[in-house]
Design a protein around this ligand. Structure first.
Ligand code: ADP
Length: 602
């Protein structure tokens, strides 16, 4: 742009310069011509004046030549010109500069010849005599007294004219220079006025190409440049709008992809991974940056998935399959392959949807296992009740003692059945989250006093010491009935699985952070302990370490799983530490305050 402005200024200045030079030269020529013409006219007038006033002497007189020469010299002083008297035949009779004898015949001088033709003749010529350009003006003169018939010639050096001319040139040069500077300034302004808006437009166009779509040209002109600015603004407007639409669409697509619960992988027609969302990244343990744009073969770590994609690409039809991948943990994926086609039915790529169904399948398996377990658990006491009742009915039992013991078994098994059904119902109630927890401040010491009173007799029966060490004024927010259920369950277990004379104790301390204060309650016994291999599983439903012992203690195998659910509803955790033969500790961590917005429910 700068060069354009410079070039424009230069062109304008050269044009001005050239035209001014041409004007100057023409003016000089005109000036010179008119000056010479004025000189000529002046000289002609002087000759005419001489013709009428000069006292011509006859030619034949002996002193004629001297006379004319002397007169010529006189006249030179007056007229400031060289004066020459020339006879009709060209003989010089007098000259102000030289003697007539020195001078040759002048009949063929240009000015003489032309004065014969035109009455007044003139010529400009270099004079060897004077060594300058001279203007000669000659006029045919015939004196009234008939003494002279010839020509009077005046000549003048043009050096004076040259000097005048130089002066003229000097003034004109100065004037031209000033004019030229003014013209330069004006043309610079004009060029700047022309290029500045162009520069503005270029700047805006550059900004737009650097993706600054809010750049606008602020030109308010009606001419072509104004129209160009408006066109650029219009272009930027439409770009901005289109970009917004594109961005909105992109955001929409991104948020859809990011918030989908399933994984999405898009493979283009050449088999490269065009896109994958966060869930897919998580399932496959890859990052989209690493594999986007690469061939789907990079999925080889997820072999089953790779095979599925391969099948989808070759078959180009909707496929749905469930496959297990190991990456490294086992995951069950439901895979959908949807081929995509262009309008003209040409294949565009493959969309693969991954749904992690591991959890669903695990729950399904658990549910069916649970049903199998429940029926099994129910069958045992029912079989016992049925068997003993049948024996009694058949009347095969003679002594009263045996009969009584049979009836006791029927009663106990009935009780167990009742407990079992009660626990199953309880568990299903908790799991289906039907009854909400009712939070209230719970005074822990009172709660444990109450529980120990309740379980005191069964502990005393086994001579087990049962103590708690709860600070006096400790409160926590929770559902008191549910908390009681938790601790009764844990303490009953502790008493059940501890031998005679053992110890069961409850400790309590405040833990957590100042932001989230917690209470850690430990229920510790000196009982039989739990084998290490069973530790991870004892919170599972119906899981019992020793079936026979559990049964004999009246356990259902559901207690700990109910406990775990209830603890979690209170936003707490439970874990177990145990050493076989030494005892077990169940450690609960519960928040002191519940956030009411997250009210748990059962
Ligand atoms: P149960 O009704 O059989 O006691 P739970 O779910 O309450 O069922 O407990 C599961 C299993 O965990 C029990 O069968 C028992 O083997 C073991 N267990 C629970 N508490 C203790 C404990 N305090 N000491 C030793 N083993 C325990």
């Amino acid at each position: 742009m700068r060069t354009f402005r410079r070039r424009l200024t230069l062109i304008m200045m050269s044009l001005v310069g050239i035209s001014m030079l041409a004007a100057g030269v023409t003016m000089a020529q005109v000036y010179k011509d008119s000056h010479i013409r004025a000189l000529k006219e002046n000289m002609a007038r002087e000759i005419l004046l001489l013709e009428s006033t000069f006292d011509f002497l006859p030619m034949d007189s002996a002193e004629a030549s001297d006379y004319y020469t002397a007169k010529a010299r006189e006249l030179e002083d007056v007229t400031d010109s060289r004066v020459t008297f020339i006879m009709r035949d060209g003989t010089v009779v007098g000259d102000s500069e030289m003697t007539s004898a020195e001078m040759d015949n002048h009949a063929h001088r240009e000015e003489i010849e032309s004065s014969v033709r035109d009455k007044i003749g003139s010529a400009i010529r270099y004079s060897e005599t004077i060594g300058e350009d001279m203007l000669y003006v000659a006029h045919g003169v015939t004196s009234a007294n008939g003494n002279f018939d010839g020509f009077i010639r005046l000549s003048m050096s043009l050096a004076a004219v040259g000097q005048e001319m130089n002066k003229g040139w000097y003034y004109m040069g100065g004037g031209l220079m000033i004019l030229f500077l003014v013209a330069a300034f004006v043309s610079f302004r004009v060029a700047a006025g022309l290029t500045r808006p162009l520069e503005k437009i270029t700047r805006v166009a550059n900004r737009i190409s650097r993706l600054e779509y809010d750049a606008r040209v602020d030109l308010y002109r009606r001419d072509e440049i104004g129209q160009l600015g408006a066109a650029i603004n219009g272009m930027a407007d439409s770009l901005q709008q289109q970009l917004k639409v594109i961005r909105d669409n992109e955001e929409l697509m991104e948020s859809v992809l990011a918030n989908m619960t399933g994984g999405i992988i898009m493979i283009d027609s050449s088999g490269n991974i065009a896109l994958l969302n966060r869930v897919a990244e998580k399932i496959m343990h890859v990052s989209s940056d690493q594999i986007q744009g690469k061939s789907y073969q990079v999925l080889k770590r997820n072999y089953e998935l790779l095979k599925f994609v391969e099948e989808g690409i070759t078959r180009q039809e909707f496929l749905r399959e469930e496959r297990t991948i190991y990456n490294p943990e086992e995951r069950i994926l439901q895979l959908d392959a949807v081929p995509m086609f262009e309008d003209d039915d040409s294949y565009k790529g493959l969309l693969v949807h991954l749904q992690d169904v591991t959890e669903i399948r695990r729950l399904e398996r658990m549910r069916s296992e649970f049903v199998a377990n429940v029926s099994h658990e129910l069958k045992t006491p029912i079989a016992a009740v049925k068997g003993f009742a049948e024996t009694l009915l058949a009347g095969g039992v003679a002594d009263k003692e045996t009969e009584r013991s049979f009836l006791q078994i029927i009663h106990d098994e009935g009780e167990r059945l009742n407990r079992l059904i009660g626990d199953i119902l309880e568990l299903s109630k908790i799991e289906s989250k039907r009854a909400p927890l009712e939070y209230a401040p719970v005074h822990l010491k009172d709660l444990f006093d109450n529980i120990i009173e309740m379980l005191g007799s069964s502990a005393a029966k086994k001579n087990i010491s049962l103590n708690h060490y709860i600070p006096e004024h400790l409160f926590m927010e929770g559902d008191e009935d549910r908390l009681r259920q938790i601790f009764v369950n844990l303490l009953s277990n502790a008493i059940s699985y501890t031998q005679e004379g053992g110890k069961v104790r409850i400790d309590c301390e405040i833990t957590g952070t100042p932001d989230e204060e917690k209470i850690t309650i430990t229920i510790n016994d000196t009982g039989i302990g739990i084998p290490k291999k069973d530790l991870p599983r004892i919170f599972e439903r119906f899981y019992r370490v020793d079936k026979a012992r559990s049964r004999s203690s009246g356990g259902t195998g559901l207690g700990l799983s109910i406990v775990k659910h209830l603890v979690e509803l209170h936003r707490g955790t439970i874990r177990v530490e145990s050493k076989i033969g030494e005892g077990s500790s169940f450690i609960l961590e519960l928040p002191i305050m519940q956030h009411t917005s997250e009210t748990g429910s059962i």
